[in-house]
Design a protein around this ligand. Structure first.
Ligand SMILES: [Fe+2]
Length: 246
């Protein structure tokens, strides 16, 4: 084959390869790295390594969950805050308790994304490796209000299993320290009803699907291994002191 012809064929081959790869690379980048929108809402890094909760929650799930799902809520909030800066000028729990006062154009968006931001901020905080057991005041409140640890876990898991589609199962806490289990759909939060959240588990499929697929009850059961009871106890004390935020 003459040299020039061979070279043209090689170049043509390269061109085809690049053209075939280019759109795929673009799509993958768009999925993995949402462009950060600068603004007043910030996402804290995970307080532990992505693999810290293994074997109960895998590193890949934690990475996708924190770096993409939660990050997307924060990103969306910064988008809303450009035209509606008031949503960042009050504590998150106060904005969520007064969603009805927001302009209708952003009300649903703030409900979903600020609810998601609050829920996930709490969620990362109350997990950790080797979480121990509740003690002191918190253990006494679980005995008094939730029928003891075994009944609490059974009821919490059952409530989480019965959430239809995506949502959360929470334990709410009053100023006098009384506890109750409450589910919510989507990214709704008891904060929207002026209540305080002691703890909660995310039962969206994105929280467990890679490891557990459709077996949400297995995920709910395994999740207790990664609850950081020291953090939950801190939140309990803050709730009684009136200083608990999200
Ligand atoms: Fe989530």
């Amino acid at each position: 084959m003459p040299l020039m012809t061979r070279r043209k064929l090689m170049l043509a081959g390269t061109g085809i390869a690049v053209a075939a790869l280019a759109p795929r690379i673009t799509v993958v980048q768009a999925q993995t790295t949402p462009a950060p929108a600068a603004g007043p809402f910030k996402q804290d890094p995970l307080p532990y390594a992505n693999n810290a909760l293994e074997p109960h929650i895998d590193a890949r799930t934690m990475e996708i969950h924190h770096d993409r799902h939660h990050a997307a809520y924060v990103n969306n909030l910064n988008g809303f805050a450009k035209d509606h800066p008031q949503i960042a000028q009050a504590p998150i729990q106060d904005v969520l308790a007064k969603l009805g006062e927001l302009p209708e154009a952003i009300r649903t968006g703030v409900r979903n994304n600020l609810g998601g931001h609050a829920n996930h901020t709490m969620f990362w905080q109350i997990m950790g490796a080797g979480g121990g057991k509740p003690s002191g005041d918190l253990a006494a409140a679980i005995d008094r209000d939730l029928g003891g640890m075994e009944k609490f876990q059974t009821d919490f898991n059952g409530t989480g299993t019965r959430v239809f589609g995506s949502g959360w199962v929470f334990v709410v806490v009053t100023r006098d320290g009384k506890l109750a289990i409450e589910p919510r759909p989507n990214q709704d939060s008891p904060l929207m009803d002026g209540k305080r959240v002691l703890m909660g588990n995310d039962v969206w499929e994105h929280a467990y699907y890679l490891m557990y697929q459709n077996r949400r009850p297995d995920y709910l059961k395994a999740w207790w291994n990664v609850v950081n009871w020291n953090k939950v106890a801190e939140r309990y004390a803050a709730a009684k002191a009136g200083t608990l935020g999200v």
